[in-house]
Design a protein around this ligand. Sequence first.
Ligand code: CTP
Length: 419
Amino acid sequence: MVDHASLSGKRVLLVIAGGIAAYKSLDLIRRLRERGVRVRAVLTEAGARFVTPLSVQALTEDTVYRDLWSLTDESEMGHIRLSREADLIVVAPATANLLARMAAGMADDLAATVLLATDKPVLVAPAMNVRMWEHPATQDNMTRLERRGVRRVGPNDGVMACNEFGPGRMAEPMEIIDAIAAHFAEAAHKPQADKPQAHTPLSGKRALVTSGPTHEPIDPVRYIANRSSGKQGHAIAEALARLGAAVTLVSGPTRLPDPPGCAVVAIETAREMLAACEAALPVDIAVCAAAVADWRVAGTSDRKLKKDGGGPPSLSLTENPDILATLSQAGPRRPALVIGFAAETGDVVAYATAKRARKGCDWIVANDVSLGTTTFGGADNTVHVIRADGAEAWPTMGKDAVGARLAEAIAAHFQTPTP
Ligand code: CTP
């Protein structure tokens, strides 16, 4: 039995090619995610004939990457980034066709291009008819790939969908997971003389970060928003991921790219943000950096409000759920460390200290958002970090630096718990 502890926080790019065994890949995704692995999927055209992109998307909770030429996919997530943001590429099922294209170094679709462009380790789980597997062409291809360092799990003997018996059945999801875990365990013990050792004190920890504004609809075309850019929340999520945490970033609408290594859940309203946060539990760390709208419009209109000569409509507001307070009081599901932000326009430390007690969180990062400061939307931030034992003033620094310092403070807290 292989120990699966090394899997948590790892990022696997799963390439699903076209074979009857593709249905097992859905189970593989589910089981990997249960073990804290972040799974992103590339589905080949043939793969999409066996499993639907929607099922893969629902299970990975991420976009399914399919098209080398899709402008959207390319601009948001080029094939280089797809491979860069993975720790391991797993091809399951690996068909005879895809193995042949890999062996020949072809780049004729997104899957083959990613596999040719990557410098990350690759594990294949072949699945095909027994005669195809035993054909010298496939055997040659597999040998060439293994000589280049590609690892393999299976195929297993058994009765296949085509009613023939022999090697060709894709390894079972748990066998593939064992092979993945063995790879990571081995990689962790391999001396990396040429590479500086990664500093990952938060590996094995799960973190949830909220970021950005929320949009609260008035009618189908109008909404109430605020000036939050999401820069600080995104920087914290990225810094936590860099230290090895498995990060879910729940973000309102921003113009920022997804931070590398984070699973991003895009929401619009405060209520959607709360639902996404609750779905991400259990986590060890929660950082609520979002500027959540305190109020939403009660009784939003399904139709655009019109000027009907009767004067401006009056909007009645109702209070939104408080996500930070909800997470802080989540009972047995409460994250071990809950951190809130406090946007204040005067008496920053005093108000933030009171807010910490009121919301029940462990730390508050307080900042001054008075007129004249550029905290909202700007690149810098001047914060006070308030814990049970008092407030610490941090010098003005870039939001990335605040994110990095906060992530280090969080890592230090888990090594030697602070109040
Ligand atoms: N917050 C939240 N859900 C809300 C409102 C705020 O999770 N509905 C979180 C923010 O993400 C932040 C903290 O609460 O971490 C404080 O936000 P802030 O706007 O400063 O406080 P308010 O709750 O709005 O309090 P006040 O209006 O009294 O300043």
